[in-house]
Design a protein around this ligand. Structure first.
Ligand SMILES: [Zn+2]
Length: 171
């Protein structure tokens, strides 16, 4: 089951980052990631707050939200701006361009998926960070260079969920 790739576990202590103290999660609190990091075996489930995001990936678009009041761009989806609490927010199509911010390589076998595989945090060109997987790339520290340029690649899991994955940017 490909959805298992969205599993996270105790590997946080191995998270690679350019920051020395980055044995911990960089900026976001882990509970803010729960939409994208379900427990083992679970798939993301669209909610009213995240429906626009999953509708977007299904249509081949990476959709983010921007605050109409302060222009803050944020992720994961929520109905108010995390910076100023305004509820005047708009959904827009992101470029799909990103860079590799940090990652952890998992060596633990998962049913239906062959280790090692990397769970990555990518920083979108628009600013927000997102947890994902890097595809079309060896899952090794040599190949996974921090700050490498990435582009979104959509992978359909089922009729409801298409995952936004990232691959090395071409050209
Ligand atoms: Zn705002």
């Amino acid at each position: 089951m490909r959805g298992d790739r969205w599993t996270v576990d105790d590997g946080w202590s191995n998270v690679a980052s350019r920051k020395q103290q980055a044995a911990r999660w960089p900026d976001r609190r882990p509970e803010e990631m729960t939409d994208m990091a379900e427990p083992a075996g679970a798939r993301p489930k669209p909610t009213p707050e995240t429906q626009h995001f999953w509708d977007g990936t299904k249509a081949g678009e990476l959709r983010l939200q921007r605050c109409d009041a302060c222009a803050n761009v944020y992720f994961p989806p929520r109905p108010f701006c995390p910076a100023c609490a305004s509820r005047k927010v708009s959904v827009f199509k992101a470029s799909g361009k990103a860079k590799l911010y940090s990652y952890v390589i998992h060596h633990r076998p998962v049913p239906g998926f062959t280790p090692p595989y990397a769970i990555a945090v990518v920083e979108l060109d628009e600013g927000p960070r997102m947890m994902s997987n890097i595809v079309d790339c060896p899952q090794t520290p040599e190949a996974l260079e921090l700050d490498m340029k990435l582009e979104v690649a959509f992978e359909k899991l089922d009729d409801n969920i298409t995952l936004p994955l990232f691959r090395p940017a071409k050209g």
